[in-house]
Design a protein around this ligand. Structure first.
Ligand SMILES: *Cc1c(COP(=O)(O)O)cnc(C)c1O
Length: 381
């Protein structure tokens, strides 16, 4: 106990203790936080679907039809017609043979990697990959080679010299804290040459990138039996959960041996009902992606010449690198006092010395909202 207290005190000293703010009401551009209304740039609700009335209605109708809980795992009695319909729609949407719906992206990655590789095999992992890909690799007991961020020459070298019987390359498609995009065509070509799987985590690309929001793999037009595509459904899709798409045999193997799929209660069917509507909106409402692009351009123009170091991101994730933990937190607090909420992201979420304000834009924002953010940033600079 005293040891934990000391460790917590150390977090305070380093300004690394995190506290949760309490939000009331649905997600949107404006949130009521700890009782105060503010303009928020925190969420991954990139298309503004999380509070959409059509999704709420579909979830309610789904609860009426199926009840709330799935009551058992998918392999026992927790797999419904709504789950089946969603998986078929997801596979069609991303243009892959089969898809499997998981309770979260974290769980999906924890299923895929240990189901495909084990002791003596090797996972090749980009240094900036999301925590759940890192944990998935550890859980698999495979050897792990961490290659420098997007360094394809280093990856090629490591793949070519590996003697492992099975190899898996894991990468974020859009890196969650930088907003940059992995070159999937080149990565897939490397995997083909070196007989490796490519696991693409498209948490931030699904719904946002590619034609009709079909995701990063569609954006690059990559297809291959070696490609394993993981898209999450709690971000742009506005609901919850994730899916893995790939060859039919691969997906069937995950149904049989993906431990976080087999040994967990099925997801509430009402979520699948809401997601079927979300997919239709993602596909048909191009204006949401157009607005995101427009807002990103406006933000860049607005901050030009201010000395803020905005990364050259083409996605909804628009981080400003500050560096020092303390300064980042202070900036975040000042913005919040001005009624604008931008999260201060610190290590271990990002590498030491790269603490940042992570602005995330949403189609729920208007141009006026972005102008207000720019004005607040100029004020606190
Ligand atoms: C958010 C995120 C996940 C986890 O997805 P959840 O559905 O929230 O568990 C996985 N990978 C990346 C890159 C993410 O940003």
């Amino acid at each position: 106990m005293t040891q934990l207290a000391a460790q917590l005190a150390q977090l305070d000293d380093q300004r690394l203790r995190r506290r949760r703010r309490v939000v009331e009401g649905p997600q949107g551009a404006y949130l009521t936080v700890d009782g105060r209304r503010c303009l928020a740039f925190c969420s991954n609700d990139y298309l503004g679907l999380a509070g959409h009335p059509a999704l709420v209605e579909a979830a309610c109708a789904g609860a009426q039809e199926y009840g709330v809980g799935a009551a058992a795992s998918h392999l026992i009695s927790g797999h419904t017609g709504a789950h089946e319909a969603l998986e078929a729609a997801l596979a069609t949407f991303v243009g892959m043979p089969r898809a499997l719906y998981f309770s979260s992206g974290y769980m999906a990655n924890l299923a895929v990697v240990p189901a495909l590789v084990g002791g003596g095999d090797t996972v090749f992992s980009d240094r900036l990959n999301h925590a759940c890909l890192i944990d998935a690799a550890r859980l698999s007991r495979a050897d792990v080679v961490v290659y420098p961020h997007l360094d394809l020459a280093a990856l090629e070298q490591a793949l070519a010299t590996s003697r492992s019987p099975r190899k898996l390359v894991a990468t974020d498609a859009v890196f969650s804290m930088d907003g940059d995009i992995a070159p999937l065509s080149e990565l897939l070509a490397l995997c083909e040459r070196n007989d490796a799987w490519l696991l693409v985590d498209d948490a931030h690309g699904f719904g946002v990138l590619g034609p009709q929001g079909r995701g990063s793999a569609a954006r690059f037009g990559v297809r291959s039996p070696r490609l394993i595509y993981m898209g999450t459904l709690g971000k742009a899709a506005g609901v919850s959960g994730a899916f893995v798409a790939g060859e039919a045999d691969l997906v069937e193997w995950l149904v049989q041996r993906g431990r976080t799929y087999v040994f967990t209660t099925g997801t509430p069917p009402m979520l699948a009902c809401a997601l079927l509507v979300a997919l239709r909106l993602i596909e048909s409402e191009e204006w949401r992606r157009e607005r995101l692009q427009d807002l990103a351009m406006r933000l860049h123009k607005g901050l030009a010449g201010t000395g803020f170091n905005l990364l050259a991101s083409q996605t909804a994730i628009q981080p400003i690198i500050v560096g020092n933990n303390e300064s980042t937190v202070v900036l975040g607090e000042k913005l919040l006092q001005a009624g604008v909420w931008v999260p201060a992201i610190r290590p271990p979420t990002v590498p030491e010395g790269t603490a940042r304000l992570r602005i995330s834009l949403s189609a729920a924002h208007s141009r006026d909202d972005v102008d207000r953010l720019v004005a607040a940033l100029r004020e606190v600079a």
